[in-house]
Write a protein that binds this ligand. Structure first.
Ligand code: ADP
Ligand code: MG
Length: 293
């Protein structure tokens, strides 16, 4: 007797921009008590722009950008696109890239004109015993506290500067989080980005709990830990690095604006990439299942 109601529910979802992979998904949606949200591309637009270039003493800002962009050309990360875009806008001619390696969730590495270059988190540089000089540490701290994402650039074993990237919080995110709370759900922000940046974004949208600086493989762990604590977890994400967590969660919700890998891993696709449809999907499943009972 119930399949009709479920079909009506999934059909109503489609009208709202919520693509549900199967009627059984509505049942898991109803039991959710915790919503884990990826930051970049989910709570924020994920369209990063380079907002500042801070060279180390003795390094030229244009050279810093040109070398970093030459390496980032090997990556499709939003950070990489922002760096390459700025270099191109400035009319820079990028250099050939050799021996490119992507260190997932940490940064990238490659050779540019005999230089061995690293671009990424300070931890990536630290793993090669490269530390940031004090003025760069100060600049990084200030940028992160303002909500910016910072990557460090080093070549030939020396830190050469930092690049600051600005992302924008989607205009609908704060309202979406309020709706989740009104539905009795606990929102959690999960990100590979640093803790200071994550906390600033969380505060701006009204999220109290932040899990930051997680590697792509650790996003899955974070979901599993919450489940072990008895939570019924929805994961909302857009990136390749979210796919395992989306698959592991009791309910995976992929942003339709995100990567194919994420969409395949999720149970629901939020077509417009609007976070408010997370609450709408949960309300819809509750209403649909009430009809059945
Ligand atoms: P998120 O979980 O917010 O989507 P990611 O896991 O994609 O973040 O990336 C985490 C961090 O790894 C970034 O904030 C950045 O410091 C570093 N990183 C990843 N890819 C790159 C890249 N192509 N260039 C520089 N840094 C990178
Ligand atoms: Mg993301």
């Amino acid at each position: 007797a119930t399949p009709t109601a479920l079909l009506v529910g999934t059909g109503r979802g489609a009208q709202l921009g919520i693509l549900i992979k199967g009627p059984q998904v509505l049942e898991s949606t109803r039991r959710i008590d915790t919503v884990v949200l990826d930051k970049t591309g989910t709570v924020t637009s994920g369209r990063m722009a380079l907002s500042d270039i801070v060279p180390a003493e003795g390094t030229d800002a244009d050279e810093l950008l040109m070398i970093a962009a030459s390496v980032e050309r090997g990556s499709e990360h939003p950070i990489a696109r922002a760096v390459v875009t700025r270099a191109t806008e400035r009319g820079q001619v990028l250099k050939p890239l050799r021996r490119f390696v992507s260190h997932g969730g940490k940064g990238v590495e490659g050779s540019v004109e005999e230089r061995d270059v690293l671009v990424g988190r300070a931890e990536l540089l630290a793993s090669r015993s490269i530390s940031l000089p004090d003025p760069l540490v100060a600049a990084r701290t200030a940028a992160e506290q303002a909500g910016g994402t910072v990557v460090a650039v080093a070549w030939d074993g020396v830190a050469r500067g930092i690049l600051v990237l600005a992302d924008t919080i989607k205009s609908s995110s704060a309202q979406a989080i309020t709706e989740l709370r009104d539905l009795g759900l606990t929102p959690i922000l999960l990100t590979g980005d640093n803790a200071a940046t994550a906390r600033t974004v969380a505060e701006q949208v009204g999220i109290d709990t932040v899990i930051a600086e997680v590697l792509p493989s650790e996003k899955l762990e974070a979901v599993r830990n919450l489940q072990r604590d008895g939570k019924v977890v929805a994961m909302v994400g857009d990136g390749v690095n979210d796919a395992a967590a989306l698959a592991r969660a009791d309910l995976g919700m992929a942003m339709g604006t995100g990567t194919d890998v994420a969409i395949e891993a999720g149970d629901i696709t939020l077509v417009r990439g609007d976070l408010r449809t997370v609450g709408a999907a949960i309300r819809l499943s509750r209403a649909t299942l009430r009809t059945i009972k």
